[in-house]
Design a protein around this ligand. Structure first.
Ligand code: SF4
Ligand code: SF4
Length: 373
């Protein structure tokens, strides 16, 4: 296992972190025996960084992580998150105390504001006993060693949040198909702020095999997931990538990837970047996702169908595209089933004059249905 500094915190974390949002479950309950087996395997493989949150696994993730770290507290860096969005520091603190309880610890190494936005942060500034004030107090007390945030806001807003000087690390989305946060990651790194990646394999999207993706580099990769993880780990700004692991096998495979001295060479990274640029260009040639063709009177989500078709045709992610298509067919609105897949198109033609790319939407939707349906 390789280890890196988490920004300037002084914490050394394994480059592969354990994301505790996909612990093995049975009938809505964490299968504690299996989950502990997976977590212990992770710790024994050198993973020393575990991330959880109040809501994960039907609110049972923190308790399970707490059981797993018992007896290993000093070795493991624990990260969890506070989802509170209201104005009261007292309520925020109550959630922190509950997490300490559930985890069975007297301090948390990295305590994150869960899904913080710039707007939310600004709403708190200047409030008496705000969550921010309370967080700084908790840090002074030592129940929280470092404050962080997880964030899905726009990159420009992420940078403003980092500039507040409060946060020692940021958890953000980054993977081989979604590189919009690369600039933020570089910025954070230059400021000594730890960068923790969530969704390194695209929330499972890249777990399904794709020859087109695997052909992007010469060296041997056994799966698209491995390529995706190697891509993230080869970014020098990344301190750790959190992978949600549910089985011992996943831990073994990911830990082996995370132990590679050089996940990808500079040349391989450049080759992948060039291949991805080309794929993006091909995808945009078809449909840019601008949405001008919408709304469809029959509920078809035209850009979503075409995006899935791009994953299928251009990235070779057939399994992911077919699953996504199925989900489009199950979409609900106001408690009623309103399928948004290509199969719901009644060929009225209303959308076509609105498409700046002059796409023959009806004909294309038919191919989507044929290939993915
Ligand atoms: S042609 Fe199909 S997709 Fe376009 S507006 Fe009509 S029903 Fe909707
Ligand atoms: S208007 Fe055309 S390019 Fe834009 S989302 Fe619709 S189909 Fe795609």
């Amino acid at each position: 296992m390789r280890y890196k500094n988490l920004g300037r915190t002084g914490l050394k974390v394994s480059v592969l972190g354990f994301g505790s949002m996909r612990l093995p479950m049975i009938d809505g309950q964490v299968d504690v025996g299996k989950a502990l087996e997976v977590l212990n395997k992770a710790f024994d493989s050198g993973i020393n960084f575990v991330d959880t949150a109040v809501g994960y696994c039907n609110q049972q993730s923190e308790t399970t992580v707490g059981k797993a770290v018992k007896g290993r507290r000093g070795e493991i860096v624990i990260s969890t998150k506070n989802p509170y969005k209201g104005p009261s520091g007292q309520e925020w603190r109550a959630i922190l105390d509950q997490s300490l309880n559930r985890l069975g610890v007297d301090y948390i190494d990295l305590y994150n504001f869960h899904g913080l936005t710039l707007e939310q942060y600004q709403n708190w500034v200047g409030l008496p006993r705000s969550p921010i004030e309370e967080a700084l107090k908790a840090k002074d007390e030592g129940v929280v060693r470092y404050l962080g945030l997880s964030c899905h806001d726009k990159p420009v807003n992420m940078i403003k949040l980092l500039d507040t000087g409060i946060f020692s690390s940021i958890i953000l989305q980054y993977n081989i198909l979604d590189r919009v946060n690369e600039g933020v990651m570089e910025y954070a790194n230059s400021k000594g702020i730890g960068v923790v990646v969530m969704g390194p394999v695209g929330g499972g999207r890249l777990a399904a095999p794709s020859d087109a993706m695997m052909r992007m580099i010469q060296s041997k990769v056994s799966s698209t997931a491995e390529l995706a993880l190697r891509f993230v780990l080869s970014n020098p700004s990344v301190s750790s990538a959190l992978s949600g692991m549910s089985t011992v096998k996943m831990v073994e495979e990911n830990a082996a990837t995370a132990s590679l001295a050089e996940p990808l060479s500079k040349e391989e990274r450049e080759k992948i970047s060039a291949a991805l640029e080309e794929k993006k260009r091909l995808a945009d040639l078809f449909c840019t996702g601008c949405g001008y063709c919408m709304p469809c009177p029959n509920g078809v989500d035209i850009p979503a169908n075409f995006e899935l078709m791009n994953y299928y045709r251009i990235y070779g992610l057939a399994e992911y595209a077919r699953e996504g298509y199925k989900r489009l067919g199950e979409r609900e609105k106001d408690g009623k089933k309103v399928p948004a897949w290509a199969g719901a198109c009644k060929e009225c033609g209303e959308c076509e004059p609105r498409c700046p790319r002059k796409i023959e939407i009806r004909a294309q939707l038919k191919s989507v249905r044929k290939e993915l349906g």
